[in-house]
Ligand binder design. Structure first.
Ligand code: HPA
Length: 268
């Protein structure tokens, strides 16, 4: 990853302290950055080669209200065939860039009946049902401990900053527990009843492995989920990826405002 960081540092004088990963339908945030330099993942040695068709993976270094950020537009999902280690490559690149705080975003299905499509939810915790962990294998003690504590994966301090920003902007924010499944199938209604029983408010197919790797390295993490649909069996009809993308895009105005307000406070 040092090589990828070198490529980036040769092209821009910005030195981001905050990293962002944009989830499905939330990619528009990348266009709001000023003084932006864009890197295709394929030009950054150490990042996995993207296999997904039509998936423009890009890292953008730019300013958000005077704060330099590194923004990943497009992430690596297990269901695409990446290994658990590959899915967290972005976190290792962030570390090489000197980043210690990350904002992870995603689209999710809402299980908690207080949520509706378009709801924004701060992840307060997660349940890893993906069956794998990116830290399996020899531990790199220079990154973090063999048995990392996961008591507070999603920083209370950063959540408080986000909640305050939401209040100021008049954007309602929920908090909830995200269950990560492997995918790529959406869940069955029975699986959603099970997830509700075990304490999940949201369900999705990403974010958790990144959060584990980031927490292992001592990062402070904020995770924001955009509920794009009621989880299987809770709404009318079937689940559709197009709908997920559309709701992601249509709630992105609030999401963009929120990120724009939060990020400058994260580099302090
Ligand atoms: N399930 C899993 N992942 C998702 C969903 C869902 O209902 N919506 C958006 N991502």
């Amino acid at each position: 990853m040092r090589q990828a960081a070198k490529v980036i540092e040769a092209e821009t004088t910005l030195r981001p302290l905050v990293g962002v990963v944009l989830g499905s339908g939330l990619g528009r945030f990348a266009n709001t950055l000023t003084s932006a330099t864009r890197f295709r993942y394929s030009d950054l040695p150490g990042l996995p080669l993207s296999t997904a068709v039509g998936h423009a993976g890009e890292l953008i270094i730019g300013n958000v209200g005077g704060t330099a950020a590194a923004v990943m537009s497009g992430r690596f999902h297990l269901y695409e065939g990446y290994t658990p280690q590959q899915t967290v490559a972005g976190m290792h690149l962030f570390r090489e860039l000197g980043i210690t705080r990350v904002v992870l975003t995603n689209a999710s299905g809402g299980i908690n009946s207080a949520y509706s499509p378009g709801s924004l939810v701060l992840m307060s915790d997660h349940i890893n049902l993906q069956g794998v962990n990116p830290l399996v294998g020899p531990n790199d003690d220079s990154l973090g401990p063999r048995f990392p504590d996961m008591t507070e994966v999603y920083s209370k301090r950063l959540r408080a900053i986000a909640l305050a920003a939401g209040q100021t902007l008049g954007i309602p924010l929920h908090e909830g527990v995200y269950a990560a499944l492997l995918g790529p199938t959406y869940e069955t209604p029975a699986e959603i009843r099970y997830l509700r029983t075990i304490g999940a408010d949201l369900v999705g197919m990403s974010t958790v492995l990144e959060a584990i790797a980031a927490r292992h390295m001592g990062f402070e993490i904020l995770a924001i989920s955009c509920v794009t649909n009621l989880a299987a069996g809770l709404g009318e009809g079937k689940l559709d990826h197009k709908e997920v993308l559309e709701v992601g895009r249509s709630s992105s105005a609030a999401f963009l405002q929120l990120l724009g307000a939060i990020l400058p406070q994260l580099s302090e």
